[in-house]
Ligand binder design. Structure first.
Ligand SMILES: [Ca+2]
Ligand SMILES: [Ca+2]
Length: 478
C-alpha cells in the first residue's frame, strides 16, 4: 500500500518534470524597445528620430510605463527584441538601436536603461500577469564589439567557412563575427548568458537566427532551458511546417511558422486564393505540439502587413480581416507593435517606425485597434479558440478560393471559424455532410467577435453563413 503510494508519487513527480513548458493560450506582443516608448529622455544620447537608422530614444522605463496599453489590447506576454549592451560604433551607417549587434551579453545598453530598469520591467510585467519573452543572440557579436579583437579565438575561423561543409552555420551571417560554439569557453559563456537572464525572472527565450547555429549546441542549450522550465521560441527564417516540426522534435517548444505568414499575406492582403492558407494548415498534423507554434502577420524583419496594399484604407480593412482570422487559429499569436493599428512600412528599417499611441491615432487606426482588442478578447474567453484542437473542413472545390472553414474544439465546446475572401458580402449554404460536420439545428447566431456583422445558422442539414467581404468570424457551434 505504502509502496504503491510512493510509486504513484514518484511517477507524478516524474511526469510533472517531463511536461515541457507551454505558451498555449498566450497572446504575445512584440516590442522593439528603441521604437516603442521613451520613458527616460536622460538616456537619449545621439537620438535622431528623423533617421530610421539612428537611436530613437525608446527604453525599458518606457515599455514598463506602457504595459497597461499592452494589457488593454489583451496580450498576455511581451517579447522584446535584444536589450544587451551594444557596439557603440556605426556599421553600414546604422546604429545598434535594433539590439542585434551585442557587445556585452550580460548588461543592458545605456540607451535602453539599466539592469535595475530591466528588473523593474520584469516585476511590473509579472505583477500585471504578463510573461516576458527575451530575445537571445547566440550566433554572433556585433561587428565592432571589443571582444572580436580581444578574443579572436572565440570566432569561427574563415577557413571553416571556406571549406563549405556547412556554410549556413560556419559562415558569417551578414558578415557578423561568428561565434564558434565548438569551443568550450564559448559554449559555457552562452549557457551562462541564458542563466543570467533566467535568474532575472525571464519566462521565455526567443532565439535569433537558429539556422546559423550548430544544432548540437542548440540541442544542449534547449535541454538546459527545458530543465529550467523556460519556454523556447526559435527563429528559423522562412520555416515551413516541416522545419518547425523537426525543431519541436529536437527540443524547441515553438518556432515561427513563416510559411503561414507568407500565405496569409498573399491571400488576406494580396487577394490570392485561400487555398494557399489551407495547404499550410493541412500540414498541422505533422507538428508534435501544434498549440505552441508562433503565428504572426508580420515582424521587424519583414515588410509591414498593411504595406501590402497601396492604399491606406484598404491596408487597414485587410489588417482588420487578418487580425480576426489570426485569432481563430491554433497556436500562439504574436502581434508586432503597431500591427494592431495597421501601421505601414516597407523592408528594414521602414518596418521599424516609431510606435503610435492613442493620443495620435486617426479614427481608422482606432477602429483597427478595436477589432484587434475584441478578437483577442473573444479568443481568451473561449477555451476552444485559445486551447482547442483544430480541424480544417473540406470546402467544396468551387468555393475554396474564397472560403476557409475550420472548427476548434475543447472539452465539448466547439467553435466554427469562417474566413471569407470575396470582395462583397455573401451568403453561403453548404451541406453539412459534405463538410464532414455534425451539427444540430441552430437559430441565427452572431459572431463571437463583438461589433461584427456575421451570421450562422443550421437547418435542414445545411450550414448557412452570411459574411461580409474580406472578413473572418468565429461562431459557437451547438
Ligand atoms: Ca530614452
Ligand atoms: Ca554561426
Amino acid at each position: 500500500m505504502r509502496r504503491t503510494f510512493l510509486l504513484a508519487a514518484l511517477l507524478a513527480v516524474a511526469s510533472a518534470q517531463a511536461a515541457p513548458p507551454s505558451f498555449e493560450g498566450q497572446i504575445v506582443y512584440q516590442v522593439m524597445p528603441d521604437r516603442f516608448y521613451d520613458g527616460n529622455p536622460d538616456n537619449n544620447a545621439g537620438v535622431d528620430r528623423a533617421n530610421l537608422r539612428a537611436w530613437h530614444g525608446g527604453d525599458l522605463p518606457g515599455l514598463t510605463a506602457k504595459l497597461p496599453y499592452i494589457q488593454k489590447l489583451g496580450a498576455t506576454a511581451v517579447w522584446l527584441t535584444p536589450v544587451y549592451r551594444q557596439q557603440t560604433a556605426l556599421s553600414f551607417d546604422t546604429t545598434a538601436y535594433h539590439g542585434y549587434w551585442p557587445a556585452d551579453f550580460r548588461d543592458v545598453d545605456p540607451h535602453f536603461g539599466t539592469l535595475a530598469d530591466f528588473d523593474a520591467l520584469v516585476k511590473s510585467a509579472h505583477s500585471a500577469g504578463l510573461k516576458l519573452v527575451l530575445d537571445q543572440v547566440v550566433n554572433h557579436y556585433g561587428y565592432e564589439a571589443p571582444a572580436v579583437k580581444a578574443h579572436p579565438e572565440w570566432f569561427t575561423p574563415q577557413a571553416r567557412c571556406n571549406a563549405g561543409t556547412n556554410r549556413d552555420v560556419d559562415c558569417p551571417l551578414a558578415g557578423l563575427p561568428d561565434l564558434d560554439q565548438g569551443r568550450a569557453e564559448v559554449r559555457d559563456a552562452l549557457f551562462g548568458h541564458a542563466d543570467f537572464w533566467r535568474a532575472r525572472g525571464v519566462d521565455a527565450f526567443r532565439y535569433d537566427a537558429i539556422k546559423h547555429v550548430p544544432s548540437s549546441f542548440m540541442n544542449d542549450l534547449l535541454a538546459r532551458d527545458r530543465q529550467a522550465g523556460t519556454w523556447t521560441l526559435g527563429e528559423w527564417y522562412d520555416a515551413d511546417t516541416g522545419t518547425v516540426a523537426d525543431w519541436q522534435k529536437a527540443g524547441f517548444d515553438s518556432l515561427f511558422l513563416f510559411s503561414l505568414q507568407g500565405a496569409m499575406k498573399s491571400s488576406l492582403m494580396g487577394g490570392q486564393s485561400l487555398s494557399g492558407v489551407a495547404s499550410v494548415l493541412e500540414r498541422a498534423h505533422e507538428l508534435p505540439r501544434p498549440g505552441e507554434v508562433a503565428l504572426f502577420l508580420d515582424n521587424h524583419d519583414v515588410p509591414r502587413f498593411a504595406q501590402g496594399s497601396l492604399f491606406e484604407d484598404e491596408g487597414q480593412a485587410r489588417t482588420r480581416y487578418a487580425l480576426r482570422a489570426l485569432m481563430t487559429l491554433r497556436g500562439v499569436p504574436v502581434i508586432y507593435q503597431g500591427t494592431e493599428i495597421a501601421m505601414r512600412g516597407g523592408p528594414d528599417p521602414d518596418n521599424r517606425r516609431d510606435m503610435r499611441f492613442e493620443n495620435v491615432w486617426s479614427p481608422a487606426e482606432q477602429a483597427v485597434f478595436e477589432v484587434a482588442r475584441r478578437a483577442v478578447s473573444a479568443r481568451k474567453a473561449s477555451a476552444a479558440l485559445s486551447l482547442g484542437t483544430q480541424t480544417l473542413l473540406p470546402v467544396p472545390a468551387q468555393q475554396q478560393d474564397d472560403l476557409l472553414l475550420l472548427t476548434r474544439e475543447k472539452n465539448g465546446e466547439r467553435v466554427l471559424a469562417a474566413w471569407h475572401n470575396g470582395k462583397v458580402r455573401k451568403t453561403y449554404s453548404l451541406k453539412l455532410s459534405a463538410l464532414g460536420l455534425k451539427a444540430g439545428a441552430q437559430p441565427v447566431t452572431g459572431s463571437l467577435y463583438a461589433g461584427q456583422n456575421a451570421k450562422l445558422s443550421v437547418s435542414g442539414g445545411y450550414l448557412h453563413l452570411s459574411l461580409e467581404g474580406r472578413d473572418a468570424a468565429a461562431f459557437a457551434l451547438k
